[in-house]
Design a binder for this molecule. Structure first.
Ligand code: HEM
Length: 441
């Protein structure tokens, strides 16, 4: 990500690259993003994404375009109403599992635990039953699923980077991982659809799968949609939680302010609901600031379906329109855009949640205000799980802080400037050295 940032600093907020004869553009200009993601939505496609991801994702919202995508979007949108998780019960059991596997004191890397937490939560939400990857004794099908889920995704990330040359990465191990995930999902779907739902109904428990199955009778499509959402929701949220603790531990005064808010709003209660969480004001700004500096999807791209125009970035003053020929890709890095000092101020590279209550240059222009902060994308393809992911992250942050009020950065941990630490890019961006923390009750 630092390399992208360096290029944008050197060449301006919109640039053109010719690599092995292929022309591609890069932009971190809110005006251009508005056009690509919203105003001229029809002129842009997902490019190679469908071909790259198809063996794993199949036909689902993430890989579809045009009418098929619209149908999926209409089908899935109603399933994300927040009243389905208002009581936070869908997060509670997995969070308790996490708290029970963590030691009461000592140094641990929280990052891998967060990936297991979000896998368990998302499967609980989708299937009505968690894969329980946090439970030590999980063996067999569930463990294979969790492992294959990671393997298949690593392959997809590598294929994604190669774009049109994606077919160079694949083979038996990839196919086997995809098959394992598909078979496991099929089994769990079959089992869940045939089980007696009386208790769920009596407890008013909402199960995404049941509700989706009513409108999606084709089992293969049902499986694909479920896998698409599982992938969309698991790693993104795990990265958000992990970067949050990474930053909080390195900014003790922010952690103290957050702790104070949590105790004053929740008064030590652990049975709080989503509306209780909504009473916090600093916590949402902490998460907003984490997603500014570490957006889970730091780079993304679209391909022009016809010769089209970006409104700014061309000419000698870089303010003229740019002609983008049909078939050219435009990469956009929200990671770099979110660090622009002309949008966020001269301290744009510092972690300072308080900035969200101040007058930032971002707010001077309505287009910048709307399109200059995009961790969840924008326009018709904006993230469907935004509220779910933010609620899950808020819940996890609160419960961990309540349980370990004295957590701190281990003395041996390296302290570097924000953005200088090693980052690992798969489909999302995580911390290469994890999120090590010294726990004490
Ligand atoms: C912090 C957490 C999350 C972040 C930062 C995030 C970010 C994103 C981004 C950037 C996209 C746009 C991808 C693109 O079009 O290229 C997206 C799409 C999507 N997200 Fe999320 N997401 C998060 C959590 C979730 C969760 C928890 C779910 C579901 C349980 C979810 C479901 C989806 C779906 C279904 C789409 C596809 C929407 C479409 O193409 O119409 N996301 N998300």
């Amino acid at each position: 990500m630092e390399l992208f940032l360096f290029h944008f600093r050197l060449w301006g907020t919109t640039l053109e690259q010719v690599f092995l004869g292929t022309r591609a553009f890069g932009t971190i200009e809110p005006r251009n993003l508005e056009v690509i993601l919203s105003t001229d939505f029809e002129d842009w496609s997902l490019g190679a994404r469908r071909k790259v991801m198809f063996p794993y994702f199949g036909d689902g919202i993430f890989t579809q375009e045009g009418g098929d995508w619209k149908r999926s979007r209409d089908l899935l949108r109603p399933q994300f109403l927040f009243r389905q998780y208002e009581d936070l019960d869908v997060f509670r059991q997995s969070m308790e599992d996490l708290l029970s596997v963590l030691p009461s004191d000592g140094v641990v890397d929280l990052q891998p635990y967060f990936f297991r937490l979000t896998l368990d939560v998302t499967t609980a939400f989708l299937f009505g039953e968690s894969v329980n990857s946090l439970k030590h004794d999980v063996q067999g099908g569930q463990a294979d699923f969790a492992e294959s889920f990671n393997v298949a995704q690593d392959y997809i990330a590598k294929r994604m980077r190669l774009q049109d040359l994606y077919w160079l990465v694949g083979g038996r191990k990839f196919r086997k991982a995809c098959d394992t995930v598909h078979e496991f999902a099929d089994q769990i779907i079959k089992k869940n659809l045939s089980r007696d739902r009386t208790t769920d109904r009596e407890n008013h428990q909402y199960v995404f799968l049941d509700s989706l199955a009513e409108n999606c009778p084709d089992p293969k499509e049902l499986r694909s949609q479920i896998i698409n959402i599982l992938v969309a929701g698991r790693d993104t949220t795990a990265c958000l939680i992990s970067w949050t603790f990474f930053l909080l531990l390195r900014h003790p005064s922010v952690l103290e302010e957050l702790k104070a808010e949590i105790s004053s709003v929740l008064q030590g209660r652990t049975d709080f609901s989503r509306s209780d969480l909504k009473k916090t004001t600093f916590l949402p700004n902490v998460l907003k600031e984490v997603l500014r500096l570490y957006p889970s999807v730091p780079v993304n791209s679209r391909m022009a379906t016809k010769t089209t125009i970006l409104p700014v970035g061309g000419g000698s003053d870089l303010q003229s329109p740019v002609l983008v020929p049909k078939g050219a890709a435009v990469a956009y890095s929200v990671y770099s855009m979110h660090r622009r000092p002309d949008l966020y101020g001269m301290d744009a590279e510092l972690f300072r949640p308080g900035r969200w209550t101040e007058n930032m240059p971002l707010y001077d222009d309505p287009v910048n205000a709307k399109w200059g902060y995009l961790p969840f994308n924008g326009g018709p393809r904006i993230c469907l799980g935004m509220d779910f992911g933010l609620t899950e992250a808020a819940f996890a942050v609160v419960r961990l802080i309540q349980r370990y009020p004295n957590m701190r950065l281990p003395a041996t941990e390296k302290v570097e400037l924000v953005g200088v630490e090693k980052q690992t890019m798969t489909l999302v961006m995580s911390s290469t050295n994890g999120c090590r923390v010294e726990l004490s009750p």
